[in-house]
Design a protein around this ligand. Structure first.
Ligand SMILES: NC(=O)c1ccc[n+]([C@@H]2O[C@H](COP(=O)([O-])OP(=O)(O)OC[C@H]3O[C@@H](n4cnc5c(N)ncnc54)[C@H](OP(=O)(O)O)[C@@H]3O)[C@@H](O)[C@H]2O)c1
Length: 237
């Protein structure tokens, strides 16, 4: 779908990749952007096309209220996410459950709530789920997070099948490490969130169903497409 002229809702829009996505969507001509955040007062985008909206993706009442307040959305970007560190054998299961509640159920609940608006969009619509390369094979110290994103990857595929024929594109974006608060203190190669946002928005405009929005994910993505077990071994190492 075309970003120019679209009405977008971005979850987790107050900081990190979400804030960069809002800026890039505006640059590429979005007509209106609902910048959704748990604390809407923390949204800083100073553009008249931006409306800050309260949305906690783990709270069904909050999601329903946001869907009612934003009935004209044509492009939904499920970006909000959390990362709890922990190994598969001894990581804190509370964190595993929190990641699943936010990254899987949060994105699923939000998608469900906005499907009626997206179905009604006259010129087509799209859902973009911000996943991660490690949805496709886990990084062992991030086992719960990887699982939650693997579930969200599966949900993305299921939505694509479920919405076939409804005029709603379903897009998965699979970044590698990004230089945001989520990876603060982690020593790793990290892409600039502005670059990642620009590639995601360009992918939406190009009609891509799968977006590798940085060089690291593009390289690892081609390994995955060629030999999924090789990616698993790479990330396990
Ligand atoms: N950083 C990376 O290396 C990386 C790599 C691949 C994919 N990703 C994905 O990219 C997306 C954005 O992450 P980021 O790097 O920008 O992380 P971030 O800087 O930690 O920002 C996370 C955003 O999600 C919001 N959020 C968390 N829980 C929420 C909830 N229950 N309801 C609504 N909003 C919630 C946060 O809001 P508050 O300010 O209220 O906490 C914040 O706006 C996530 O889906 C993440 O998994 C990140």
């Amino acid at each position: 779908m075309k970003v120019s002229g679209s009405t977008v809702l971005v979850t987790g829009a107050n900081r990190g990749l979400g804030a960069s996505l809002v800026a890039e969507l505006l640059r590429q001509g979005a007509a209106k952007v609902y910048a959704a955040a748990r604390r809407p007062e923390s949204v800083t985008a100073g553009d008249p096309r931006v409306t800050a909206l309260a949305l906690d993706v783990t709270d069904q009442a909050s999601i329903d209220a946001a869907a009612e307040a934003a009935p004209d959305v044509t492009l939904l970007v499920n970006n909000a996410g959390v990362l709890g560190f922990g190994d598969v054998l001894d990581g804190d299961l509370e964190l595993f459950e929190r990641d699943m509640r936010t990254n899987y159920f949060g994105a699923l609940r939000t998608a469900r709530a906005f499907v009626p608006a997206l179905r009604a969009a006259p010129d087509g619509a799209a859902i973009v789920n911000v996943l991660t390369l490690i949805a496709l094979a886990p990084v062992p110290p991030m086992a719960g997070y990887s699982a939650s994103k693997a579930a969200a990857h599966s949900m993305t595929q299921a939505l694509r099948a479920g919405l076939k024929g409804d005029g709603i594109e379903v897009i998965g974006a699979y970044p590698g490490g990004i230089d945001t608060g989520m990876l603060a203190g982690v020593d790793a190669d990290k892409a600039d969130p502005e670059v990642v946002a620009a590639r995601i928005v360009a992918g939406i405009d190009a009609g891509d169903q799968v977006i590798w929005p940085d060089d690291a994910s593009a390289g690892a993505g081609s390994v995955y497409l060629d030999d999924p077990i090789r990616l698993e071994r790479m990330l396990a190492g």
